[in-house]
Design a protein around this ligand. Sequence first.
Ligand code: SF4
Length: 343
Amino acid sequence: MNIVTAASLNVASASEPAQDLWQQSLRDAIRSPEELCDILQLPAEYCAAAKRASTQFNLFVPREYLAKIPPGQPEHPLLKQVLPLAEEELTVAGFSRDPVGDREALITSGLLQKYASRALLVVTGVCAVHCRYCFRRYYPYDSVPKGEENWKPVLEKIAEDPTIDEVILSGGDPWMLVDSRLQSLTDQIAQIPHVRRLRIHTRLPVMIPSRVTDTLLRSLTGTRLTPFVVVHINHPLEIDTQVVVALNKLIDSGAVVLNQAVLLRGVNDSVDTLESLCRDLVNLRVTPYYIHQLDRVEGSGHFEVSDTCAMEIISELRSRLPGYAVPRLVRERPGGANKEVLA
Ligand code: SF4
């Protein structure tokens, strides 16, 4: 097992200012199935399927992520997360466009409230990657408020509810917002006296690690709010030295960093893979917090792992790892007062 630790770092300094690197990475990201298949030397049938399936949900992959995938391996666990497949076109009973009840939880445009004491802001519809199993792949992002003025009603709603002590920035990926917008939003949330914690749900530290800049960290830790960052790493091969740098910066800034993964057939549905992931995470001071059963969104049926199999994996993990390194296996239930804990 190849375990990445902080001590194993040896990262060259970039000549470009850090502020610009991540935006350049977004501009350079792969959007074309043909280009992806060409770079990774995939058989023609994969390219044809990717072209068809990507008409429903675009392909988008940063080159940093693609660089972790060796050519000629169409079944590679990292590639499976981003390559549109013919299976996405299948209709599977029980799979829908709003699998977690987002519409039901909508308080006002941009504001969801599912659980007591927490409010979730959908601050943007854009991400640094399009995960093929994304539970929000059909979310009506056009309705997300644009511009600072339009966020005022959302912040007023939170200010009116003294039971809310935690605000979650989600999306899309909230760290796709530019720094000035993030800082302004965070400052405004911090002005609401009963809010104590700020939580960010993001895949950017894994997809484009250069996003974790000093300016970003100021928006995270520069207010009185206690900062939590929930990253999304599904497989140990996603963690390279650049990702380690980003995670270390987050943790050294004082944020609590947790990981949530999604259990995905053919990607990480093996005890050995998840053991390796959990060990790497705790070695990096990241808590393996949740492993989610798949949210049953249309087009993702081929990723589903049975509850029986999922619980067996967690049980075996428990026999191999210290308790703090074993994530809780959960499922989100539309309308539920909390996540269902399966193991
Ligand atoms: S980063 Fe999150 S929100 Fe964005 S596509 Fe992936 S799972 Fe969906």
